[in-house]
Each structure stands twice: as C-alpha cells, then as structure tokens.
Design a protein. Structure first.
Ligand code: BES
Ligand code: MN
Ligand code: MN
Length: 464
C-alpha cells in the first residue's frame, strides 16, 4: 500500500473529529425515546459512505431502522468484499458511573492506551470500528488503490437482535452477492498480541415471569403461608447450575461439540495471565464450569446467565410486602451445533417443569441466533493474517470469542459466504459498560490494516 502512513499522518485529526461527531448522536436502538437519533445516525453514515467514495448509497427501509447500503463496483470480474457493521449502540445506563458523558466524546490516556482512547458509548461497539472501514475506503479510493469491489451494509438494530436485517438479507441475495464478508465488531488479545476472531457464540435470550398471589400482600399477614414469587424465582434460577457449574437443563449439552485435546492444547497457547485478569476485574478468583479453563469457559463452552432480576419493593427504606410477581432476563450463550430455537424450547419446558405448586410461570423468548466458527485454511483468513503481519509485524493468533453476532451464521446460510472477523477492540474497552472507549492507536491501526486485507485477498483470489 503506497502512502498509507502519509495519508494517516495527514488526515488522522480529521478522522478522529469525524468519528467524534458520529459518536455524539445517541443511537440507542433499544429505547424508542431515541428513535430520531437512530435515524439521524443512519443519515450520517450514509453521507460518510458517499464522501468516502461509494458511488451508490441508499437507505433501505425496513419495519424497523433503515439499513445503510453503499457500494463501489470497480470491475465485474473482480472479487467483492461485503462490509457489515452496526450504527446502533447499547443504552448508556447506569449514567452515574460514567466519568464523562456517554455522548460527549473525550480523548483520555489510559494505562492500556497511552496514545489516548475515545470515551463514548459506541466508541468501540461499533461506530469506531465501522468507521475504520469507511476511512480505509476513503484512503483506497483517494489514492487509487481499491483493488476490488466493495459493498457496505450497516444496520441499526444489531443490539436488539437484527430481526429486520435477517428479512432484508433473505430478500436481497442478488444485491448482497459477495465473495467474502468483512466485519470489525469483535476484539483482539492485546495491542502487542494481534488476534483474529475465528468463532462467535450463539445466543438464546429469554424473559421469565413468576406469578404467585393475585396481588401484593402484607409480608407479615401472609408471609410463610403462600409462595413468594421472588423466593421461588431465586430458587429456580439457582437450580439451573449443579455443584460443578454444569447447566441442569435436560438435553442442553446434547449437541455441544467437544474440542479434541489437540485443539484445546492449541488454544491454551494464547497468552493469558489469570492474575492480571483477576486484578483487572477486582476479583480474588474466577468461577465457572468444572474441568475448563477461563478461556475455554468464555468461548468454547455454553453458559447460562441472569442479566437482570426484579420484583417487589426496591425503593428507599423498607416496605413489608410479598410481591405478586417476579421477573428475570436470562441469556444462554451457545456453541456451534446447538440450535438456539431448540435450546429456547428446552429451557422453556424445563423452567415450567421445575416451578413449584403455588406459582405460575411464563417464558417469553426475546431473540437469539446461531454460533459461528470460521475455518483458517481459506484465502480470506490467510489474507487477513498477512494483513496483520504486515502492519503489526507479528502473525495474529486465531481466537474464538465468547460474544455473539447472530447475523453471521445467517450470512453463511443465505449468502453462502464466510465471514472474516477483524476486530481491533480490547476486552478492557468496556463495551456495553460505563466508560466504553476505543484506543486511538487501535482505530488508526485498523484503518492501516484493512486496505492490506483488500490487497492480499484480491491477489490471492487471482492466483486461485
Ligand atoms: N460487537 C458485539 C459482539 C462481540 C463483542 C463479539 C466482542 C465478540 C467480541 C455485538 O454488538 C453484541 O453486543 N452482540 C450481543 C448480541 C446481540 C444479539 C444483542 C452480545 O454478544 O451480547
Ligand atoms: Mn457490536
Ligand atoms: Mn454490542
């Protein structure tokens, strides 16, 4: 790539300033109070793609938020890269834990990011990372080095399950036809330990409701004589793991693929310090399924976690009351071959079966998706690996992640293409948490690395 260093040097302040403008718009897809902001963000992404050199851009309407589509076709005989990302963000709460306002981005130095990091909701997940692709395109177009065709598909509902995108993809196979899908919406091990994500977990997300008496009751007059939905829910949830932290839902592990000892040994080679992991989280010890390491627990093993639980009186002071209802939101992270709809049904059946007399239980499925594993013996992976090697000076380590991007397996099914997950965030960047940030170094490194992927991929395809 000619002039990438010069180009970055000359334009990096503008790149950062543009990203900061994008981060100022609170595009929270989960909260309808922000719907105008989500729409404004779609417009902003559309015009950014236009300015970067896409010759056709449009907002594709859906039943929810629009999908921003852009393309630059340089030759029908050349390969086509489809870039996917999302312009929506997670809610910013709890607001009081932010050191600066989530939608007033600031750049501050941190221990991990001595060059500074941009603090804002969406800085890493995923506005900062999608913007690397927009700027990489700008560089390739302006310096006449775009070697192949490119299509962009940036959605606004990833954080709420991508339901409308699934419909859009199934209906627009021709328009979205591509040779490889490229996504930056994951992380890497460390700035001096580059890695490429080779797996994502699937997801089943459900909400449960336990109902006891038909109204809230005085906890003295009725306590002990009727089932307390909160006590019951707590007990039911506790029973979902056994003493070894295995999940107790019958059939839950039936389709789980066990890795061979060789694969596990390979995984264990990735640099990892349990001590710094614990220190970073202020915990004295880790916790999880017996027989597996921390890195296995959070990537190749399925899990079940309560994400929220509520009911009864939670205001100031005390109120003596037995609530009529108790609720919880539960997520199950799944591994390849586990079918999320099947797991949702197993959960639902089991959860109803373990309800004691005296309560009624409802299970409401929210959303979900399949896991994904990408092979590393493909041109796509090799091109990505070579791109990292060029810009980091080190071969990247393939690593399976614990997070989920459910749409990736659907891309494979509907579009018949593999996805390359070139993530430049770090686990410590606090995505979904207060004080989310993205390293300035990481942002620029992404912009530098992406054009090499295009170059090597196009070259390798031509030699195929
Ligand atoms: N970008 C994340 C997923 C991610 C982050 C994968 C880091 C690997 C490493 C994505 O935006 C996300 O948050 N996904 C959700 C699921 C979605 C259906 C709401 C998740 O993983 O909780
Ligand atoms: Mn994301
Ligand atoms: Mn996310």
């Amino acid at each position: 790539m000619q002039n990438i260093d010069d180009y970055l040097g000359q334009h990096k302040d503008r790149f950062l300033a543009e990203l900061i403008e994008l981060l100022k718009i609170p595009s929270i897809s989960a909260d309808s109070a922000f719907s105008q902001d989500v729409l404004d963000t779609a417009d902003a992404v559309k015009s950014a793609l236009q300015k970067a050199g896409c010759h056709h851009v449009e907002l594709c309407e859906t039943d929810g938020y629009p999908i921003v589509y852009g393309e630059k076709i340089v030759g029908p005989e050349l390969p086509t890269v489809l870039v996917y990302g999302h312009y929506d963000v997670q809610p910013a709460d709890p607001l009081d834990l932010w050191h600066s306002s989530p939608f007033e981005p600031v750049i501050k130095e941190t221990e991990t990011h001595p060059e500074g990091a941009i603090f804002a909701r969406g800085a890493c997940d995923d506005k900062g990372q999608l913007y690397m692709h927009v700027k990489a395109l700008e560089f390739m177009v302006k310096t006449d080095q775009l070697p192949c065709n490119v299509k962009f598909m940036i959605e606004g509902e990833e954080e709420v399950g991508s339901n409308n995108l699934s419909i859009f993809v199934a209906k627009n196979k021709e328009k979205l036809a591509n040779d490889i899908i490229l996504i930056s919406d994951t992380g890497m091990i460390a700035n001096d330990v580059p890695s490429i994500t080779t797996g994502l977990r699937g997801l089943s997300y459900v909400e449960v409701e336990v109902t006891g008496p038909n109204r809230d009751l005085h906890s003295g007059l009725y306590g002990g004589a009727v089932a307390n939905p909160i006590n019951v829910l707590a007990k039911m949830i506790a029973s979902l793991h056994d003493e070894n932290n295995h999940i107790t839902i019958p059939g839950f592990y039936d389709k789980v693929e066990e890795l061979s000892e060789r694969e596990r040994a390979e995984m264990a080679k990735a640099p990892f310090s349990l001590e710094s992991y614990q220190r970073a989280l202020d915990i004295e010890s880790v916790y999880g399924e017996k027989g597996y390491s921390t890195n296995e627990r959070n990537s190749i093993r399925p899990t079940l976690d309560v994400n929220g639980i509520w009911g009864g009186y939670i205001g100031e002071g005390a109120k003596t009351v037995i609530a009529s209802k108790a609720y919880a939101k539960i997520s199950m992270r799944l591994v390849p071959h586990q079918d999320w709809k099947e797991i949702t049904a197993l959960f639902s059946e089991h959860f109803k079966a373990i309800a004691p007399e005296g309560v009624r239980v409802k299970v409401k499925p929210h959303h979900g998706g399949q896991g994904y594993v990408t092979p590393i013996d493909t041109i796509g992976y090799r091109a990505a690996s070579k791109a990292y090697e060029t810009t980091f000076g080190k071969k990247p380590i393939p690593q399976r992640s614990g997070g989920s991007i459910p749409i990736v397996s659907l891309f494979e099914k509907e579009l018949n293409s593999k996805t390359i997950l070139m993530g430049f965030g770090l686990d410590s960047d606090a995505i979904h948490s207060p004080n989310e940030h993205f390293g300035v170094w990481n942002f620029l490194k992404g912009i530098e690395t992406i054009p090499y992927f295009y170059k090597y991929y196009t070259e390798m395809k031509a030699q195929q």
